[in-house]
Design a protein around this ligand. Structure first.
Ligand code: GFP
Length: 818
């Protein structure tokens, strides 16, 4: 590759490129009042470098016949791209200078950018971190997903309640993507299957689709950090095959003329259509098939470009990673394609599928393990259902029958079809049966996948179920978002820690060094001052940077237990009301979370936190010892602002419920101390930082299980703790909502009458105890600085580069591009 030998760009050259794009691409000569035009021009200037590297990467992939991983994910939470791309290309400083020469601050230019929010939470952000690491480590990888017109909704608060509005991330175009008309695909749907007898006595299945949709690919280049590689994230947009009915239009039926187009475009219109209705379910199912079918066709096309009709290398060249069960249908699509379009016999097609697919499980929650109604399957994908039945028959009659002869119950338990009033297809079972490897995302989670979720499969396929602990990219989550801390680390770490995160270990030596402690904590303070400004801008609330910044940022879900945090805040408030001199260091509780639009209790939790925050933040009696802010529209960009300023990281899920968590890693990397349960990756974080540098509390997985066996009674905990009882009663009454008793009662109801499914009350006491210990630790500033520094120093394991290398070594078997 030629790039390495090229002279690096100078700021003057970069400025010339930006001006060129301002003049000739944006035709914006008078750009002084137009920072968004400058953003666009800067992006285009960066793209000149990116596309050249992309071309070189493609050439190297072809020349080296590199085995590739194809990452199929319905979600990618990319965030903004400019800052990250500048860092990864080592162009940050020159861009900063060039932009300053044009009269702008680079940071203000970033603010013009829109998040690519094509995902919900951890799962989608993990996919984005993985793409960054794959390119950084020079692996041949393609990310496949959907080019949603609207990503995750924008969240506002109106009278304390969450309001959702559509996300318009590319209303005026997106400089980071390029359309690839040469790679458009046609995707069949619906229709019927014909069985044709062949002359040799065999039968051929012919699918006569009822509709054909066009898949249009948009490529987002993924730039590696200090590497030679630029990979691609290919996102599929759905379109109608013919634009509109010309004759109908001319005859005056304007609406009707567009109906096919509208229907086709609906497929890639929104992330997570509301699937409470049958139509919504069908749309989500079609979304999954649409992007899988486009991707499988694309994978085959890329392969054939090199190998033509010779399929012998396909399994050597290809691995397809299923990110959760959402892309499971890709298995059936590859089977169908091989048999129906390329004349493979059953055994060869099945053997091929079993060699190329691997599956990552991200959750044990039964409601998150997808099942689709057989009746819908049959209507939308009749040929695929036939194949699924055949796989099931073979699986049950051969593999299950061999291991458990005559065991009817086992057959029913493992079958790909769940019997019942409505027959359902179990997508996770299809994944496990087909994939050559199945991984969980943190050790404790992978152990539970083996012991609790798929114990029979673990017996049937020893060695198939494995672990790859998640990780986060230190480029975005430290270097780019926390430049001051990054520079400090540069002074004491010799290696490029952003590429070799374990070298941060060297920082541990400075954990007790008074000068280093001061520098480290001064940076934290500066970051807090900056966040305080942002909090004021977003909520109007003044917070004191001297207070402890205590952060819980993640999707809103009962198992993540934002309501446990909330109950404890109420407990502190009660203590302060009873005794305004109650000895605690001032604390600001910071929340960021979106609730799924149809998730009633999650929305009630947001409402209650906002409502209580209004009261607490304006209560002069508590002398500003307590503040609560819920920042609206939590997303990657906001996380980048919150994380560098956090003192405390709340990771308080019910043990056994959070598969891994990745926010826990980002926060610790930036020197926040975790208060958390022994759940997900918290367990491994505790191992790395040591018990003295983390606050662990609560029931363990085994204790939670034992509670279930013994019979859990939330009332017992309510009665036993006066503080807990009082604050729950506040919610049941009208303490925060005068004249409207019970307005915040939903949480209390779920915790008591609802049986407290996530064991919030059982963990309250120990959580409050751990919070007190944390408060004591914070008051000892030397001790706290040591803890914070050691958290940063010990995060080496949690780089997504290590995760990717684990996938490569144990699952994907790729070799880096030379
Ligand atoms: C899910 C799991 C998390 C896990 C991520 C990535 O994320 O525990 O860290 O996937 O594997 F729940 P969320 O969508 O819940 O954030």
């Amino acid at each position: 590759m030629a790039t390495a030998t090229k002279k690096p760009l100078t700021a003057a050259q970069f400025k010339t490129k930006v001006l060129h794009h301002l003049n000739f691409t944006s035709s914006e000569v008078d750009f002084q009042d137009n920072p968004s035009a400058v953003l666009r021009a800067v992006c285009l200037a960066v793209n000149e470098v990116v596309y050249e590297k992309l071309k070189e990467t493609n050439a190297a992939h072809t020349e080296q016949k590199a085995r590739s991983v194809n990452y199929l994910s319905l979600e990618y939470l990319m965030g903004r791209m400019l800052s990250n791309n500048l860092h990864n290309l080592n162009l940050f400083d020159i861009a900063q200078k060039a932009v300053a020469d044009l009269g702008f601050e680079l940071e203000d230019i970033f603010e013009e950018g829109h998040d690519l929010a094509l995902g919900n939470g951890g799962l989608g952000r993990l996919a984005a971190c993985f793409l960054d690491s794959l390119a950084t480590l020079d692996y041949n990888a393609v990310g496949y997903g959907i080019h949603y017109q609207h990503g995750l909704f924008e969240q506002q608060f109106h009278k304390c309640r969450q309001i959702e509005t559509p996300d318009e991330w590319r209303e005026y175009g997106n400089p980071w993507e390029v359309c690839r008309p040469e790679a458009v695909q046609e995707i069949p749907l619906f229709g019927s299957v014909e069985t044709q007898a062949q002359v040799d006595g065999s039968v051929k299945k012919i699918w006569h689709p009822g509709q054909i949709i066009k898949g249009v690919p948009w490529d987002v280049p993924i730039v590696g950090y200090n590497s030679k590689t630029v990979n691609v994230l290919r996102l599929w947009e759905s379109r109608a095959c013919s634009h509109f009915d010309w004759d109908q239009f001319n005859a005056g039926a304007y609406q009707d003329a567009h109906s096919a187009q509208n229907q086709a475009e609906t497929i890639s219109k929104v992330l997570y259509p509301n699937d409470e209705t049958e139509a919504g379910k069908e749309l989500r199912f079609i979304q999954q098939y649409f992007f899988c079918a486009c991707s499988i066709k694309d994978i085959i096309k890329r392969y054939q470009k090199q190998y033509g009709d010779d399929w012998s290398e396909f399994a050597n060249q290809t691995v397809i990673q299923l990110n959760d069960t959402h892309p499971t249908i890709a298995i059936l699509e590859l089977m169908r394609t091989l048999m129906d379009d390329y004349d493979f016999n059953w055994d060869n097609a099945w053997a091929m599928c079993r060699q190329v697919f691997a599956y990552t499980n991200h959750t044990l929650l039964p409601e998150a393990l997808e099942k689709w109604a057989v009746s819908m399957f049959e209507r939308v994908l009749p040929r695929h259902l036939e194949i699924l039945y055949a796989i099931n028959e073979q699986f049950l009659n051969h593999e299950v029958a061999r291991m458990w002869p005559g065991d009817v119950q086992m057959r029913a338990r493992l079958s790909l079809i769940e019997e019942g009033q409505q027959k359902m297809v179990r997508m996770a079972h299809l994944c496990v049966v087909t994939s050559f490897k199945v991984n969980g995302v943190a050790q404790i989670h992978s152990d539970l996948v083996q012991s609790d979720l798929f114990p029979e499969f673990n017996k049937l396929y020893p060695g198939k179920l494995t672990n790859v602990t998640n990780g986060v990219t230190p480029r975005r989550w430290l270097k780019a978002c926390n430049p001051k801390l990054s520079k400090l680390l540069d002074t004491v770490v010799k290696n490029d820690w952003a590429k070799e995160l374990s070298s941060l270990n060297a920082v541990a030596e400075y954990a007790d060094d008074a000068k280093f402690q001061k520098k480290f904590m001064d940076i934290k303070h500066e970051n807090k001052v900056k966040l305080a400004g942002e909090i004021h801008k977003l909520t109007g609330v003044e917070v004191n940077p001297e207070a402890i910044f205590d952060v819980q940022i993640k999707r809103l879900h009962e198992y993540k237990r934002q309501h446990l945090n909330f109950l404890h805040i109420l407990g502190l408030y009660r203590r302060l009301l009873e005794n305004p001199d109650y000895d605690m260091h001032p604390r600001v509780f910071i929340f960021g979370a979106k609730a799924a639009p149809g998730y009633y209790l999650a929305k009630e939790i947001i409402y209650a936190i906002n409502k209580v925050a209004e009261r607490i933040n304006n209560d002069a009696r508590i002398k500003d010892k307590l503040k609560v802010v819920f920042l609206p529209n939590y997303r990657v960009t906001l996380a980048e602002k919150i994380i560098p300023a956090a003192d405390v990281s709340e990771q308080i899920s019910t043990a056994g419920k959070e598969a891994s968590g990745t926010g826990n890693m980002k926060l610790a990397l930036n020197g926040a101390v975790t208060i958390g349960t022994l759940d997900g990756a918290n367990v491994e974080i505790a191992e790395e930082v040591g018990d003295d540098n983390i606050f662990i509390f609560g029931n363990t997985v085994d204790q939670i299980k034992a509670m279930k066996v013994a019979g859990y009674n939330p009332w017992q905990f309510y009665e036993a703790n006066e503080e807990l009882k009082d604050v729950i009663d506040w919610l049941r009454g009208d303490f925060f909502t005068p004249g409207k008793p019970g307005e915040l009662g939903a949480i209390a109801h779920s915790l008591l009458e609802g049986g407290d499914p996530y064991r919030v009350l059982a963990d309250y006491d120990d959580y409050a105890r751990a919070q007190e210990a944390l408060d004591v630790a914070y008051k000892d500033s030397k001790r706290w600085a040591r803890m914070a520094i050691l958290n940063t120093a010990k995060m080496g394991k949690f780089t997504s580069d290590r995760s990717i290398q684990d996938y490569v070594n144990n699952i994907w078997k790729l070799t880096p591009i030379k």
